[in-house]
Design a protein around this ligand. Structure first.
Ligand code: FSX
Ligand code: SF4
Ligand code: F3S
Length: 555
């Protein structure tokens, strides 16, 4: 579904106001304008929405909300209790009508069950917020309430009548702690068992603001907020939290806390080395914070655990270590993956010369994207060139203040490797467009030796036990005449990650995933533009199942 523009959202409010003013159910509530303004700001809507939203909340009957508890720890409700603008009392008296919530409602036992049954019978509109994962197979693992119904049955019964459904928290979005390996009760997120669109509001728990503002968005517009490809509201989960973190300049400068209570940690150093997973996490924690905007994990001195990412208990290793192979609970490496089966390419497509029907991605001392030009000569669609002299690259990084500090950290922690670089590179510029050289840069930094062959690097990448890519700042821009692959900003990243405790396996995996993803994208763009099939050309040394699996993703 296309995103709703601000104009469309505004028109929705104006229409609602006009309808409410002529309606019998119109109310005249007193609504705190500060809370409305705070909501509008949180939802990243323009200021002129505030008076309209104020009017809607004053006139409209409160939207009914049913909140179910399934398999969880009730942290999401704890978070809700700490809401501030509006606070919980204001929220339930003025903004929504909380019809059922096991930990907050006054009724209990048979009375509570009666209330929800009556609500379902009445055919009254309501929205559903679900906290916790569901056990759809051995449903008795979660048996709730006076009637001894399973969580799965209750969910189906209530969801069927709901106007909109919000999965509040990581448990209801993805299964959460109960679904961590080996997941004996086979718990999953609610979207896996319901047909309707589910708005995912992950976080273990989500912030009070992400819970309240999402409920209020629906109460206001009677529609869902704009969602990303994982069905998360864009206003809350659209950005990587690392990019909003107050410690980001320290990350760039390679200034890392070595342990939790050291002076560096206290003076605002980056927490990556003590396990922060901020670079892998999409959430607005630094902006909206928790407990009435008091603080958020990184401000409190503990790294982000990626608590709003799917399967974070299993996929991100120890909370207090970066993702090194030694610290993975579950092995996602290529060798243990079924991706291997799809690795083989059609050999007939591999050819070294062009014909009329194909464009070629070629790796042979140069990385090129070839097509047949007007005069039958091979043309290169790919603009990709970088400095491959490691010593010059480092000198270039050190030109600005953050980079100079980063290089100092690296030199201190990897003195032997730095000595290798000093001894083996002169001052001659060596422009290259060979991905082997790009990969070799990371290898030289991590190992203090030249990369022997492509297989060594691909083996390292394939052996990484995690599936999360450490971002490298590679940029691809595509237009009709060229694909420009810019890696100039990416060279500082291996220095940062190595100084921050990541290992060569992580760097090799990330470099391969990102490089091949971008090349694939460029290749696809060219083949579609020219309406031609694709072929590959690569030397024997690249003939590796991991490499082929990367290329095969194009199919
Ligand atoms: Fe899950 Fe809610 Fe984590 Fe707990 O109940 S998201 S375990 S903080 O809070 O569902
Ligand atoms: Fe902040 Fe963590 Fe990123 Fe460091 S790694 S800048 S502490 S989010
Ligand atoms: Fe969770 Fe990380 Fe935010 S641990 S609360 S997503 S900072």
């Amino acid at each position: 579904m296309a995103d709703l523009s601000n104009e469309e959202l505004k028109a929705l409010l104006e229409k609602r106001i006009a309808e409410l003013e002529n309606s019998d159910t119109k109310e005249e509530k007193v609504i705190n304008p500060e809370s409305v303004q705070a909501l509008i700001k949180t939802l990243a809507l323009p200021n002129d929405f505030a008076p309209l939203a104020q009017k809607v909340f004053e006139l409209a009957p409160r939207t009914s909300v049913v909140w179910l508890h399934l398999a969880e720890c009730t942290g999401c409700s704890e978070s809700l209790l700490r809401a501030s603008t509006p606070d919980l009392a204001e929220l339930v008296f003025d903004f929504i009508s909380l019809e059922y919530h096991e930990t907050i409602m006054a009724s209990a036992g048979w009375q509570a069950e009666h209330n929800i049954d009556e609500l379902l019978k009445s055919n009254k509109d309501f929205i559903l917020a679900v906290e916790g994962g569901v056990a759809p197979i051995d449903t008795y693992f979660l048996t709730i309430g006076a009637n001894g119904e399973s969580g799965y049955e209750i969910l189906q019964k209530v969801a069927n009548k709901a106007k909109a459904i919000f999965a509040m928290g990581t448990c209801s979005s993805y299964g959460g702690i109960q679904a961590a390996a080996p997941n004996p009760s086979k718990i999953c997120g609610i979207a896996e068992v319901l047909q309707q669109k589910i708005v995912q509001v992950p976080g273990c728990p989500p912030s009070d603001i992400n819970i309240v503002a999402n409920l209020c968005f629906y109460a206001l517009f009677q529609t869902l907020p704009n969602l990303d490809e994982k069905d998360r509201p864009k206003w809350a989960y659209g950005k990587c939290l690392h990019d909003m973190c107050e410690r980001k300049a320290k990350f760039e400068a390679g200034v890392f806390a070595q342990k939790f209570d050291d002076d560096l940690a206290k003076s605002g150093a980056c927490l990556f080395k003590v396990g922060c997973k901020g670079p892998y996490t999409y959430n607005n924690c630094p902006k909206v914070k928790f407990n009435a905007k008091t603080s958020w994990p990184v401000q409190g001195g503990h790294g982000c655990m990626a608590c709003s990412e799917a399967n974070f208990w299993d996929e991100f290793g120890f909370y207090e270590e970066p993702m090194k192979n030694l610290t993975s609970y579950v092995d996602f490496s290529f060798a243990n993956s079924d991706k291997k089966g799809s690795a083989s390419l059609d050999k007939a497509q591999i050819q070294s010369t062009l014909d009329d029907k194909r464009v070629i991605l070629s790796f042979d001392n140069e990385t090129r994207l070839l097509y047949k030009g007007l005069d039958d000569e091979p043309c290169d669609f790919l603009k990709f060139e970088f400095e491959s002299n490691v010593k010059l690259v480092l000198a270039n990084i050190a030109k600005n203040k953050l980079g100079a500090s980063l290089l100092e950290t690296y030199k201190k922690e990897f003195a032997k490797n730095y000595a290798f670089i000093e001894a083996n590179y002169d001052d001659t510029s060596r422009p290259s467009s060979d991905i082997f050289k790009f990969f070799e840069y990371a290898y030289v930094l991590a190992r203090g030796a030249f990369l022997p062959d492509m297989k060594t690097f691909l083996d390292l990448a394939a052996s990484y036990k995690f599936k999360h890519i450490s971002p490298l700042d590679i940029k691809l821009s595509l237009n009709d005449t060229e694909a420009k692959l810019d890696v100039s900003k990416s060279f500082r990243m291996p220095l940062i990650y190595l100084s921050g405790g990541l290992e060569i396996e992580a760097l090799a995996f990330s470099a391969c995933e990102l490089m091949f993803k971008n090349l694939n994208q460029a290749l696809k763009h060219l083949s579609q533009k020219q309406n031609k099939a694709i072929a590959f050309n690569f030397p024997q040394s690249y003939d590796h199942a991991f490499f082929q699996s990367q290329l095969a993703r194009l199919d």
